[in-house]
Design a protein around this ligand. Structure first.
Ligand SMILES: [Zn+2]
Length: 258
């Protein structure tokens, strides 16, 4: 059992209390929950694959359209990391909380499927998914597994089985709209929850960063767990600046066995 500094321990106990009382808790997760599983934050600068002076050009829809090979060259190590990654203690603790009826849904900015791998049933993927690919010519959607393995291993670009067109992962690139159905669902979840827990997101990327505000506006409690402060820390019932992979299991333990 990890020992936390006193303010963190107090935040954990208070958050567990909020979870026990909540009737409809919704979780919003960002890249920070997956970095302990070895996945770099592909949408933020200065981390892993990005350097400060390099714009987010290669992960944009424009690059994909003009130079798909450039995009895929960049994407290959990331895809390989995602396929090998396993859920960490935070993913597992959230899955346990859901199973015990303490979580209504998880909204995630991640494309790594780690919540599902951990056993969470209700996940809204705001930035799309690597589970499927779509043809850029005929728009057919295919399961990604048979295509991404040869791509990761040999660099073979995935081509459509129907028309031979290039397949694009169903993840949201820069310059692309969020998937509409997921976005509407995320807004509904945010507006109807009575507790929102933000885990591993700095709440910097709009419009997703506005979801906790929608929850607050309707009277929900807000808990934020992130390594750095967010713009909403001042309005949160509890704001814990520590590692999600330590804090979330500690909260879950309190809720389930405390
Ligand atoms: Zn096609």
């Amino acid at each position: 059992m990890k020992l936390f500094p006193a303010p963190v321990q107090a935040g954990i106990e208070f958050s567990a209390e909020l979870f026990r009382k909540a009737r409809r808790a919704v979780i919003l997760t960002g890249a920070g929950i997956s970095t302990p599983s070895g996945i770099p934050d592909f949408r933020s600068e200065g981390s892993g694959l990005w350097s400060r002076d390099e714009p987010l050009e290669v992960a944009s829809l424009r690059t994909f359209r003009a130079h798909p090979e450039k995009f895929y060259e960049w994407f290959r190590p990331l895809a390989s990391q995602i396929f090998e990654a396993i859920p960490n203690a935070a993913h597992r603790a959230l899955a346990e909380l859901e199973k015990a009826g303490h979580i209504h849904s998880i909204l995630t900015q991640n494309i790594d499927m780690l919540h599902q791998k951990a056993g969470t049933m209700r996940v809204v993927e705001l930035h799309g998914t690597l589970r499927t690919l779509s043809c850029t010519q005929c728009f057919q959607q295919v399961d990604s597994a048979p295509y991404l393995k040869p791509f990761v291993e040999h660099g073979t670009l995935p081509c459509c089985p129907h028309c031979g067109g290039l397949l694009k992962p169903d993840v949201i690139l820069f310059g692309e709209q969020l998937p509409q159905r997921a976005w509407f669902e995320a807004q509904r979840e945010s507006r109807t929850c009575d507790l929102m827990l933000v885990a591993g997101s700095s709440l910097e990327v709009m419009p997703v960063a506005g979801l906790p505000m929608q929850a607050l506006d309707r009277g929900a409690h807000l808990v934020i767990i992130n390594n750095s402060a967010t713009y909403l820390n001042v309005r949160a019932d509890a704001a814990i600046q520590d590692n999600v992979s330590d804090v979330i299991p500690a909260i879950a333990e309190q809720v389930l066995y405390g």
